[in-house]
Design a protein around this ligand. Structure first.
Ligand SMILES: NC(=O)c1ccc[n+]([C@@H]2O[C@H](COP(=O)([O-])OP(=O)(O)OC[C@H]3O[C@@H](n4cnc5c(N)ncnc54)[C@H](OP(=O)(O)O)[C@@H]3O)[C@@H](O)[C@H]2O)c1
Length: 208
């Protein structure tokens, strides 16, 4: 499959690239810091630019079977409209280039998934993560109304351990305790979802 991965210099995106390389996909990466992808030279096509830039998105999207977005704000708790700007850009470019499949990494607690959070999670989402979550929710409204074949993935707290190969994924999961999941397992699911029709136009909550 021809995959465009946006956010590949981040820790979750790196796992998605590893997973896609193992399965033999043809990978294009849109990144604003191509120097962070030195190890991938020769294995993937790299397009340099910002994930909110229309021209770059159109160039990267041409000929792709699916686009995977693992964008994030790193350690910042301010969204700076990244998610809404990227959603509009990605959807606009997808429509121009005829790409229909989008797998979008969000966060558990955004939108309706908030209803299934623990009291502790709800407190975090309403305080520290509030600004990020408001913009993520707005971006997901844009995605749901886009007409694309989207899947929005909602992981609990992300960890950096190796893939366990066992995780729970469902439209809704009522949380208990301190749920978490390794980025490598999230990447495995994202990759599978992009190759499969099962998760089209569905929320995928994922946790250990
Ligand atoms: N941390 C958690 O526990 C947790 C839990 C659930 C969900 N999430 C969500 O999961 C997602 C991924 O998180 P992560 O920690 O793996 O990654 P991250 O550190 O947030 O990485 C973000 C990626 O997005 C890229 N990016 C940001 N703005 C960009 C722009 N304008 N143009 C191009 N690229 C841009 C970054 O590029 P640069 O390398 O150039 O900065 C990087 O590749 C985020 O949306 C996060 O909110 C996180």
């Amino acid at each position: 499959m021809k995959l465009l991965i946006i956010g590949a210099t981040g820790p979750s995106g790196q796992h998605v690239v590893d997973r896609a390389l193992k399965s033999g996909d043809t990978i294009t990466i849109l990144a604003r810091r191509p120097e962070a992808l030195r190890d991938l030279q020769g294995k993937v096509t790299i397009i340099t630019g910002d994930a909110t830039s229309h021209g770059v998105l159109v160039r990267a999207m041409k000929g792709q079977d699916a686009v995977i977005v693992t964008l994030g704000r790193g350690k910042s708790i301010r969204a700076k409209d990244l998610f809404t700007r990227a959603a509009k850009g990605v959807i606009g470019a997808a429509k121009l280039t005829g790409v229909t499949r989008l797998v979008w990494l969000s966060s558990f607690g955004v939108g309706d998934t908030f209803l299934d959070a623990t009291i502790v999670q709800k407190f975090m989402y309403r305080t520290l993560l509030r600004d990020l979550y408001i913009n993520k929710e707005a971006s997901e409204k844009i995605i749901r109304e886009s007409g694309l074949k989207w899947t929005i993935v909602y992981p609990t707290a992300l960890m950096n351990g190796p893939a366990k190969g066992i995780y729970r994924v469902s439209d809704r999961i009522k949380m208990k305790g301190a749920p978490r999941i390794n980025r490598a397992d999230v990447a495995d699911f994202i990759h599978k979802a992009a190759h499969d029709d099962k998760w089209i136009r569905r929320n995928a909550v994922i946790t250990d």
